[in-house]
Ligand binder design. Structure first.
Ligand SMILES: [Zn+2]
Ligand SMILES: [Zn+2]
Length: 346
């Protein structure tokens, strides 16, 4: 089968790989219909997240179950399914408390040995461990382009707002309008935010945020702090989502948030980063961080996608063939796309 593999920073390749087979009774194999290219794939592409040469990338997928182990009961051969971007053991202290994203045996698809060694979904087929936790049947009427967001991007945007405790009538800011930030804008509106202030530097992304009901603010051509003050009687926002994964964005989030407010960081941080702790302390802020608990959220997110309450389809700017992955990565790296969906042949 064909698979998109990491070669070196700035280089991915489409290569032949053996088809996966279930090894454990809880495994399933999914034939991929559609798989996304994600911001975290770019971290790998840039060499910031170490992945072995030849490792298959990708962690967002919709497809059909073609094999399932004897202990898999939630899905069966022939089902159209969506996958969560991570696999959890279901048995450890954290999984018992439904903190699947913090599982002691957490494995992330397509992120190399350091993240559990699960080969990725940018391939014709993917092996899925613990399929009952990781896979869900896709609602029939839900198109692939929407379903693809259930296990990662929309789920992460939803998590940013849910874990940030946003209440109806409150004001949120979202820093960074990549697909996750834009999904957080939708999730905030759906949660009843009176106002969502969306900050970025890319005109198309600001336009998309406005289309989703946010007040767009250009990071450098406008003054985000002044805009937030004007919108909140000078207090600051109740919740600020940091969807960039950069020190400066986190610092701005701390400044834009009102006293006793919450900063929710879903941008990927892998390194030491300075936060103005004095400011955080004096303002009595809550700082939430980490990957989304996608397994715990996935049923709710799927039903919100099915009802149309959340609709990420406008974020899909490109459909490309799996074989075009090198071009897809390069285009995404140039910020020419929001969500690129790759489809294997056949
Ligand atoms: Zn992703
Ligand atoms: Zn676990």
């Amino acid at each position: 089968m064909l698979a998109v593999t990491f070669q070196a920073p700035g280089e991915v390749r489409v290569e032949e790989r053996p088809e996966p087979e279930p090894r454990e009774a809880t495994d399933a194999v999914v034939r991929i219909h559609a798989t996304g290219v994600c911001g975290s794939d770019l971290h790998i592409y840039h060499g910031r997240h170490p992945v072995e040469q030849g490792f298959t990338l990708g962690h967002e997928f919709v497809g059909e179950v073609v094999a399932a182990g004897d202990d898999v009961t939630g899905v069966t051969t022939g089902d159209r399914v969506i996958g969560c971007f991570l696999a959890a053991c279901g048995r450890c202290w954290f999984c018992e408390r439904r903190l699947f994203h913090l599982c002691d045996d957490l494995r992330i698809f397509g992120h190399g040995e350091i993240s559990g060694g699960l080969q990725g979904s940018q391939a014709e087929q993917v092996l899925v461990p613990n399929a009952d936790l990781v896979l869900r049947r896709a609602p029939e009427a839900l198109p692939d382009d929407a379903a693809l967001f259930a296990g990662d991007v929309m789920n992460t945007g939803f998590h940013a707002i849910r874990s940030g405790g946003l209440e109806e009538g409150q004001t949120a800011a979202v820093l960074g309008l990549g697909p996750v930030g834009l999904c957080a804008v939708q999730a905030a509106r759906h949660a009843g935010a009176a106002q969502v202030i969306a900050v970025d530097t890319v005109a198309e992304r600001l336009e998309m945020a406005e289309r989703f009901g946010a007040h767009p603010v250009h990071l450098t051509e406008q003054d985000p702090r002044a805009e937030v003050k004007a919108a909140t009687e000078g207090r600051g926002v109740d919740l600020c989502v940091e969807a960039v994964g950069h020190e400066q964005a986190l610092d701005l989030a701390v400044r834009l948030t009102r006293k006793a407010g919450t900063v929710s960081t879903v941008g990927v941080h892998g390194e030491r980063c300075q936060v103005h702790m004095g400011l955080l302390w004096n303002k009595g802020l809550v700082l939430k961080a980490g990957v989304a608990n996608v397994i715990a959220n996935v049923d709710e997110v799927l039903s919100l996608l099915s009802s149309g309450a959340l609709d990420p389809v406008p974020l899909v700017t490109h459909h490309m063939r799996l074989e075009e992955a090198p071009e897809a990565y390069a285009a995404y790296d140039r910020r020419e796309a929001l969500k690129i969906v790759l489809s294997p042949p056949g």
